[in-house]
Design a protein around this ligand. Structure first.
Ligand SMILES: NC(=O)c1ccc[n+]([C@@H]2O[C@H](COP(=O)([O-])OP(=O)(O)OC[C@H]3O[C@@H](n4cnc5c(N)ncnc54)[C@H](O)[C@@H]3O)[C@@H](O)[C@H]2O)c1
Length: 274
């Protein structure tokens, strides 16, 4: 398999109970990584893990609330104690907040968003990097969002936290490169995970401008997982500090084009240059 790990490597994936994190954990496990799945939702975590264990894959679970400052060390210890090494960390879990005007969002919610989306990722990265440095290297992949640059309304805390994830990705890449630890990020566009399925269904029935992508559809969690696996693996050995958009071109297009609905391809006009 191209890019397969030499010895069974070890990965930690946060927010692995559902959605993108679950798809990432499955992609890593099927690729040969021994994979620790962690999530706040112990029930979802067990469902996700059972499906992979049934395939004979070497996985483990560890439920944690990431806003607990002691959680990151416990998660890293769980993987290291079980398998003795950590090769990849995927900071995927996120708290979206209550989706209302910034004027109505209490600061306690901002704090919780930053605790989960930024501080837990930073603490996990520190803990995992200690292990990676001693073993000669590793890779960290942070899940950002296209929204860090294209903010949706009613998401101010979340969008701000994703901006911090981008800056943190670059800052850690700069500091950890000489330890052979690569730090990259993936910035998904609209992905049809559980978190967005309801919104996508609502949009499909409305005449709202098509927001999904240049490809005219939302992405899948598996399409994000493919990019995360690439960035964590040997095929990305000279890539660090990068944010890879997995958004069907949405960021590039600056999304809502009000004239998009009137834009049509005329397939009868062949060979204009001939
Ligand atoms: N789905 C999209 O369209 C989209 C777009 C851009 C970015 N993203 C990013 O991708 C990642 C995954 O998104 P998703 O759509 O799968 O979201 P999701 O809400 O379906 O999954 C997030 C997971 O994180 C877990 N989690 C949340 N708070 C936690 C906490 N305090 N402690 C431990 N676990 C916690 C949840 O239980 C859940 O399993 C997130 O970082 C999100 O910001 C998603």
């Amino acid at each position: 398999m191209s890019g397969a790990v030499d010895s069974p490597a070890v990965a930690i994936v946060t927010g692995a109970g559902r959605g993108i994190g679950r798809a990432v954990a499955a992609r890593f496990a099927r690729h040969g990584y021994r994979t620790l799945l962690t999530d706040i939702d112990a029930r979802e975590l067990e469902v996700a893990a059972r499906a992979l264990a049934d395939e004979g894959l070497d996985i483990a679970t560890h439920a944690e609330e990431l806003s607990d400052p002691a959680a990151p060390k416990r998660i890293v210890d769980a993987a290291r104690n079980r398998w003795g090494q950590i090769d990849a960390l995927v900071n995927n879990a996120a708290f979206h907040g209550s989706r209302q005007s910034v004027l109505n969002t209490p600061m306690a919610e901002w704090e919780q968003v930053f605790r989960v989306n930024v501080f837990a990722a930073a603490a996990l990265s520190r803990q995992a990097a200690m292990v990676m440095a001693r073993q000669g290297g590793g890779a960290i992949v942070n899940i950002g969002s296209v929204q860090f640059d294209l903010p949706a309304l009613s998401y101010a805390a979340y969008v701000s936290s994703k901006g911090a994830v981008v800056a943190m990705t670059r800052a850690l890449a700069a500091e950890l490169g000489n330890l052979n630890i690569r730090v990259n990020g993936v910035a998904p566009g609209v992905i049809a995970s559980e978190a967005y399925r309801d919104s996508l269904e609502r949009l499909a029935g409305s005449d709202a401008p098509p927001l999904a992508s240049l490809l005219g559809r939302a992405g899948t969690p598996e399409e994000v997982a493919n990019a995360v696996l690439f960035l964590a693996g040997k095929d990305a050995s000279f890539i660090t500090g990068a944010m890879l958009a997995v958004d069907g071109g949405r960021a590039h297009s600056r999304r809502h084009d009000p004239f998009q609905a009137e834009f049509e391809h005329d397939l009868s006009q062949e060979d204009q240059d001939g």
